[in-house]
Ligand binder design. Structure first.
Ligand code: KMH
Ligand code: ZN
Length: 309
C-alpha cells in the first residue's frame, strides 16, 4: 500500500445540466478556471469533458476542448486526462475526435456496454435553463452506453498504442474488471493499471460498501500488485466512498461531474471546494496527497511535453 494518494477531479462531465447548479462550469474559461483551482487545491489529475459554451450541452468538438486545454496546461502541471466516454449519446467516433487530436497523457476508458440512466434526475427540476436538458435526461430510459470489445480495442490502439496515452479504466461493475483482464491477456495494455471503481450510476453497481469490498477483492485476484484502484461514487455517496477508498489504500475521485454537492442539500460552489474537503479527510487518515510529478511516476505517463496542445 502506497502512502501517496492521487486525487482526481472530474470538473464538469456530461451527467449534470446547467439548471442543476449555477456553479457547473460550461464555457472554456469556466472549465479552465475551475480546473486550475482544483489543481491548486491538490488534484494531481484533472478528468476533462467539454461543453457547448452557449448551451452547456456536452460537446465532442475539438475546438471546445482546445478552448481550455492549453490554458490549464500553461497554469498548472496537473495531469490532463481527456474523457473517451464523452456522453453516452455520442458515437465512438465523436467521442474520440478530441483525444485523438490532443494526444493527452491520459484518457478514460469505459470497460463495458451498459445502461446509463439519468432520467430519475429529471423529476427533481422544473424550470429548465435550456431546451435540450429535459429530453436529454428523460430519453436516457432508452439509452445504451456502447463500449463493446471492438470499441475498447479501438481506444486502446488509437490512444494507447499509437499516441502513448495511459488509461483511467472506468469499471462500473465486477464484469468490467474481467474485461480489463481479457485485454491485458491479449497484450493490448500493460501494467500498472489505474482502475476507477465507479459506484452509483443507475445501470452499474450500486453504492454499497459491500460492493467496494467485492470489487477490490476481485481486482486483487485478477491483477495482484499490478494495479491501483481509485473510487468515485455518483451523488451523495461521493465523499463517504472516497473516504472508504482512502482508508483501504486506494485513490479518490471527486468533482462536479459526479456530484454537485459539498454537504447534504448544499451545492458545491466549485470543484476546488470538493478537493479541499477530501484532501483534509485523507490527510487526517494519514495519507500524503500525491503531487502531479509523483502521479506521473506511479502511472508511467509519457509527460506533459508529449501532448499535442
Ligand atoms: N461520469 C462518470 C460516472 C468517462 O468520462 O469516460 C463516468 C466517466 C466516464 O467519467
Ligand atoms: Zn467523465
Amino acid at each position: 500500500m502506497t502512502n501517496k494518494i492521487i486525487i482526481t477531479c472530474a470538473v464538469t462531465g456530461s451527467i449534470h445540466t446547467p439548471t442543476m447548479s449555477p456553479h457547473l462550469p460550461v464555457t472554456g474559461s469556466q472549465i479552465a478556471e475551475q480546473a486550475i483551482g482544483a489543481a491548486e487545491a491538490g488534484a494531481a489529475i484533472l478528468h476533462l469533458h467539454a461543453r457547448d459554451p452557449e448551451t452547456g450541452k456536452p460537446s465532442a468538438s475539438s475546438d471546445d476542448f482546445m478552448s481550455f486545454l492549453p490554458v490549464i496546461k500553461q497554469a498548472s502541471d496537473a495531469v490532463l486526462n481527456i474523457s473517451t466516454g464523452g456522453s453516452a449519446v455520442m458515437s465512438l467516433e465523436e467521442r474520440l475526435a478530441a483525444p485523438i487530436a490532443a494526444e493527452p497523457e491520459m484518457c478514460s476508458l469505459n470497460m463495458g456496454t451498459m445502461n446509463f440512466a439519468l432520467y430519475p434526475l429529471a423529476s427533481r427540476y422544473q424550470d429548465w435553463k435550456h431546451d435540450w436538458e429535459q429530453p436529454f435526461l428523460e430519453n436516457s430510459d432508452d439509452l445504451v452506453f456502447k463500449n463493446t470489445p471492438r470499441d475498447i480495442a479501438t481506444v486502446l490502439t488509437k490512444l494507447g498504442q499509437e499516441r502513448g496515452a495511459r488509461f483511467e479504466f472506468e469499471c462500473y461493475d465486477v464484469s468490467h474488471l474481467y474485461m480489463l483482464r481479457h485485454f491485458a491477456d491479449r497484450g493490448l495494455v500493460k501494467a500498472p493499471f489505474f482502475i476507477q471503481f465507479v459506484f452509483g450510476v443507475l445501470g452499474g453497481i450500486g453504492a454499497d460498501p459491500e460492493n467496494l469490498q467485492h470489487m477490490k477483492r476481485i481486482a486483487d485476484k485478477l491483477f495482484g500488485d499490478e494495479y491501483m484502484f481509485s473510487v468515485l461514487a455518483a451523488g451523495r455517496q461521493q465523499i463517504p466512498f472516497a473516504t472508504m477508498a482512502a482508508a483501504m489504500g486506494g485513490h479518490v475521485r471527486v468533482g462536479l461531474e459526479d456530484s454537485l454537492f459539498i454537504d447534504r442539500g448544499k451545492l458545491a460552489r466549485s470543484n476546488a471546494e470538493q478537493v479541499i474537503k477530501i484532501r483534509e479527510i485523507v490527510e487526517r487518515l494519514g495519507r500524503d496527497v500525491a503531487e502531479p510529478v509523483q502521479a506521473r511516476e506511479m502511472l508511467g505517463l509519457k509527460g506533459a511535453d508529449r501532448t499535442a496542445f
